[in-house]
Design a protein around this ligand. Structure first.
Ligand code: HEC
Length: 258
């Protein structure tokens, strides 16, 4: 410490004074400023030409030459790159749509099932044919609630038995035969889908439209499981009612009669 020459200490003080706000010391001692100016000049003098000489050689370094020599990104490529994240966000947005259309899934699937399995006998628009029409009065009068409707489509004419009454007593429906049971042919999801489609779209029941939406949500959240089949031999209104309850929509009276 003691070996540090006095002029260097002064210089360092000067340097600190010049970076901080101490112009007074500098101004008060012009001699030292001159001295200190000459010392760094002497000390830095060799260092100035030294970097000056390697500097021209620096661009010649391969990495520098590559950096300066390579072509710059063209303006159109740069703007394409800037738009890339916007495109990516939009693209991800389109990927999220399938679950949305899946939430309209039960009725959409039901429409396909109807076309493939029911339209031949009941008419493409539910106007009837070999089977009864599905106009608002007929359908919702026969089955005021969805649970009995579902059980009927699971078991069909033979399941209920020829000559037996079916549906709401007031309509006086008696099984004449000809309606197949679909419990084995359709999954529970397809079968409930086609019944809700008949009720909501062919018979314009708003309750069943909303029930289908609630069921789609329950299926997606895992609260409702419509895998597998409803067994025509054993199916009951209570079993179907229990299934429909997991959608947490409507009262038992709205879902099943009696
Ligand atoms: C082979 C012809 C045929 C097919 C296919 C058919 N049905 Fe039927 N359906 C009938 C007949 C016939 C009746 C009347 C039943 C009876 O009297 O035994 C009927 C009755 C019904 C009823 C009761 C209507 C009422 O007001 O009495 C419903 C609901 C029904 N069918 C739904 C369906 C659904 C859903 C499908 C497709 C998954 C379907 N049917 C496919 C012939 C058919």
């Amino acid at each position: 410490m003691t070996e540090i020459p006095e002029h260097l200490l002064k210089r360092s003080r000067e340097a600190r004074g010049s970076t901080a706000d101490e112009p007074t010391e500098k101004a008060a001692d012009p001699a030292s400023t001159a001295g200190s100016a000459s010392v760094p000049a002497a000390a830095e003098a060799p260092s100035v030409p030294e970097p000056a000489e390697p500097t021209p050689s620096a661009p010649a370094a391969p990495y520098n030459a590559a950096a300066t020599g390579r072509k710059k990104i063209p303006w159109w490529a740069a703007s394409t790159l800037i738009l890339l994240p916007i495109w990516a966000i939009t693209y991800v947005g389109t990927l999220e749509r399938p679950p949305e259309s899946g939430s309209a899934g039960l009725l959409a699937d039901g429409a396909h099932v109807y076309e493939a399995s029911c339209a031949a006998c009941h008419g493409a628009g539910g106007e009837g044919g070999a089977g009864p029409a599905m106009t608002e009065d007929e359908m919702l009068a026969t089955f005021p609630t969805p649970a009995e409707h579902i059980v009927w489509v699971v078991s069909g004419s033979t399941g209920v038995g020829l000559g037996n009454p079916y549906g709401d007593e007031a309509t006086g429906r008696v099984v004449a035969g000809g309606m197949p049971g679909f419990g084995a042919a359709l999954t529970t999801e397809e079968l409930i889908g086609v019944v809700l489609y008949e009720r909501a779209h062919l018979s314009h029941s708003e309750f069943d439209e909303s029930l289908a939406e609630a069921m789609d949500e329950a299926i997606h959240s895992g609260d409702m499981d419509l895998e597998g089949h409803l067994d025509p031999e054993t199916v009951t209104v209570d079993e179907v009612l229990n299934l429909l309850r997991s959608a947490s929509f409507g009262t038992d009276d709205q879902l099943a009669t009696g």
